[in-house]
Design a protein around this ligand. Structure first.
Ligand SMILES: Cc1cc2nc3c(=O)[nH]c(=O)nc-3n(C[C@H](O)[C@H](O)[C@H](O)COP(=O)(O)OP(=O)(O)OC[C@H]3O[C@@H](n4cnc5c(N)ncnc54)[C@H](O)[C@@H]3O)c2cc1C
Ligand code: SF4
Ligand code: SF4
Ligand code: SF4
Length: 370
């Protein structure tokens, strides 16, 4: 019978773990902790005898099921590199308080506030920060939702808080906000019938090209002479941008490549394909969000925000840029998988590079993250 040891050997110790937090939340006895930013069980206990709940909770072991899950959830929609969807629009929040602290158009924060006020949810799993290090937390009030706005770069086990949200806080209508990997993992927990997951009633996904290990990116920012505690906002476009005291400082995104976790190199989902609503900056003008409404539940929340006059919307036209980014991400992930397969067969980096028609440097990046 598969056990925690198998999960550790196959996923956690191989760079396959996205640190979604599902195994941490699934363990009924809270034996798995976040240690050095990875899920670890410090010691085997009697509870682990004949138990495989943590192993069963890991979606990375059954990634082949994503397509089944997608058709179960979505039912219908337009299919392309951005996933199945009903419609795509550009939107931004009308509330200046939200616009002040949000990342792009404040649509994530506005969706949560609307869902809380209208009773669709009674709380949310969000990401706050300690300095700029991302921290998984539970938001039950307006203030807590607004305090979590803004993007923090770094892996963060969002789902780790699901057990506390249900068991300690008594929440039964939860929204999970997260990167595409968090949303995939949550959908998998629902698919597998983990009782805790049935309390999740809404998922809001963020677009994501790649993420960065926080310690690595903080070191890089420090090396640029910037005190990270003085930074007001971080964002990534074709450059890594830092805003502090009204100034903007940037460095090329290629300089952050070594901070990209291994699991991001095999990730194929840019646009949170399994979320009820997926949100990013995409090609929208500054201060606006690109919003992909995928499910009936997503549509209900979006329509509700519009009816209450909480958001402004604009037609977006062709989202060719977002589609291209999503398509490139899928290609890159497939190429990484091919590199790993050839490496397993014992080929050298040069041989792999020659077979795939790419540089040795790129092969090294895919294999070693350098
Ligand atoms: C790692 C990462 C990479 C991204 N890459 C892209 C990209 O390539 N292209 C693109 O268009 N958009 C990307 N985004 C999304 C973008 O940065 C905004 O989050 C999105 O446009 C929503 O903006 P908003 O103003 O509506 O959000 P806000 O109203 O500001 O709310 C932001 C929400 O994000 C959540 N959050 C913050 N940090 C994290 C995190 N690390 N993990 C999970 N949830 C978090 C918070 O809980 C908060 O509720 C990325 C986001 C992350 C976290
Ligand atoms: S008790 Fe079960 S779920 Fe928890 S760590 Fe042990 S095997 Fe995993
Ligand atoms: S469930 Fe999530 S956190 Fe746990 S091993 Fe799998 S990917 Fe990592
Ligand atoms: S690239 Fe994929 S695995 Fe990495 S943070 Fe984004 S969604 Fe998660």
């Amino acid at each position: 019978m598969p056990s925690y040891e198998d999960l550790e050997a196959r996923i956690i110790n191989t760079g396959g773990c996205t640190v979604c937090g599902a195994c941490i939340t699934a363990c009924p006895d809270s034996h798995i902790k976040l240690i050095e930013h990875r899920p670890k069980r410090p010691k085997r206990t009697v509870d682990c005898v004949s138990c495989h709940t943590c192993y069963d909770a890991c979606y990375m072991l059954r990634h082949d099921l994503v397509k089944d899950i997608e058709s179960n959830i979505m039912g219908w929609g337009r299919k392309e590199s951005l996933g199945l969807y009903r419609r795509i629009v550009m939107a931004r929040a009308r509330n200046p308080e939200i616009m002040k602290g949000c990342q792009d158009g404040g649509i994530v924060t506005t969706s949560l506030l609307y869902a809380l006020d209208s009773g669709v949810i009674d709380g949310a799993l969000v990401v706050g920060r300690d300095n700029w290090a991302p921290v998984a937390c539970i938001a039950k009030t307006r203030d807590e939702v607004i305090r979590a706005s803004g993007t923090k770069y770094g892996v963060v086990p969002v789902l780790k808080e699901l057990r506390a949200a249900v068991v300690d806080h008594g929440l039964s209508r939860i929204c999970v906000v997260g990167s595409p990997c968090h949303i995939q993992s949550l959908r998998y927990l629902k698919y597998k019938g983990l009782p805790l997951a049935s309390s999740v009633k809404l998922t809001v996904g963020l677009f994501c090209r790649e993420n960065y290990e926080y310690d690595c990116i903080a070191e890089k920012i420090g090396a640029k002479g910037v005190d990270i505690s003085q930074v007001d906002k971080l964002d990534v476009s074709h450059e890594f941008n830092m805003y502090a005291a009204g100034n903007k400082l940037s460095f090329p995104i290629t300089e952050a490549k070594r901070c990209v976790p291994r699991h991001c190199l095999i990730c194929q989902d840019f646009a949170a394909e399994l979320a009820d609503i997926a949100i990013g900056s995409g090609r929208s003008a500054e201060g606006w969000s690109t919003v992909i409404i995928r499910t009936e539940q997503g549509e209900k929340v979006f329509e509700g925000m519009m009816e209450e006059g909480l958001i402004q919307t604009k037609e977006i036209g062709d989202v060719v840029d977002a589609r291209e980014i999503a398509g490139r991400k899928k290609e890159k992930a497939k190429q990484t998988e091919e590199v790993l397969r050839l490496k397993k067969r014992g080929l050298t980096k040069k041989e792999i590079a020659d077979i795939l028609g790419i540089t040795e440097e790129r092969v090294s990046h895919r294999l070693d993250g350098t």
